[in-house]
Design a protein around this ligand. Structure first.
Ligand SMILES: [Mg+2]
Length: 265
């Protein structure tokens, strides 16, 4: 049976602090030779994920901004699928979430109404984003180019904000470091299910694997056949309620490497 891996990036494939993937490279090379697609499924944007796809020479589809859209390289699948999509120069895009412009409008309204001081990407200069996130300047600019979600980088939303976001069909999802506001109809799990159905439409039944490190990955881990949690830098595994994910010994990319080796065997 064909295999496919869905993986989180921050704290999973990438080191949580340094964003390094050095510990995952060997396993990725082996997966590529074995023809196992590695699907990034992360809160990261298209431009951020493209950087890692290029660095690791991965040519598979990817899921951006917490399940807000699926990017499929043009010509990757030969068979038709039933999902609404549009074409860009390089990709077929299946959008699942509201646009970032509408999300920013909603957040700005709440900040004014409740006199709050939180800031998100588009409020800040690349230098400030770099200081807050630890990303270098280029990476900061990539993170700031968003399509479907906005991330609170400083300050906090208030209880009233959460209730209003809910009424507007938006939700705030806690990530490894920051909370991200997205369309409440989207989640990593739904995007994984859609992409998996497209794979199975083309190749027949697939064996699916998921690797993550946080609560933010729960829906993705529920949507796959075999789910794994890597250790957090503290050595603990994220406490998840509704998943049969197995904890792997190994922090971030070290744990990722172990799971990947097991999948290859
Ligand atoms: Mg993570």
């Amino acid at each position: 049976m064909n295999k496919v891996i869905f993986t989180d990036l921050d704290g999973t494939l990438l080191d949580l602090k340094t964003y390094s993937f050095i510990q995952s490279i060997d396993a990725i090379e082996q997966l590529k030779s074995a023809g196992v697609p590695v699907i990034f499924c992360s809160s990261k944007t298209r431009y951020e994920q493209e950087f890692y796809r290029e660095s690791l020479d991965i040519k598979d589809p990817f899921i951006v901004e917490n399940g807000s859209a699926i990017f499929i390289p043009k010509g990757y699948f030969k068979t038709q699928h039933p999902f609404n999509s549009y074409l860009t120069d390089d990709y077929e895009v299946i959008p699942l979430g509201k646009s970032v412009d509408s999300i920013r409008r909603s957040l700005a309204e709440k900040r004014e109404k409740y006199q709050l001081k939180f800031a998100y990407y588009s409020d800040l200069e690349p230098e400030e984003v770099s200081t807050i996130t630890g990303l270098d300047m280029k990476s900061s600019r990539r993170a700031m180019t968003r399509d479907f979600s906005e991330t609170i980088l400083t300050g906090r939303l208030s209880e009233g904000c959460y209730a209003e976001l809910d009424n507007e069909g938006l939700v705030s999802i806690p990530g490894s470091k920051f909370e991200t506001v997205i369309d409440s109809r989207t989640d990593k799990g739904k995007a994984v299910e859609i992409l998996l159905s497209i794979y199975e439409n083309e190749f027949g039944k697939m064996r699916s694997y998921g690797i993550g490190d946080s609560k933010n990955d729960e829906a993705m881990l529920q949507a796959v056949d075999e789910a794994y949690l890597v250790q957090r830098p503290s050595g603990e595994w994220a406490p998840l309620e509704n998943t049969s994910a197995r904890g792997v010994i190994g922090i971030g990319p070290l744990g990722w490497n172990k799971v990947a080796n097991m999948i290859i065997k």
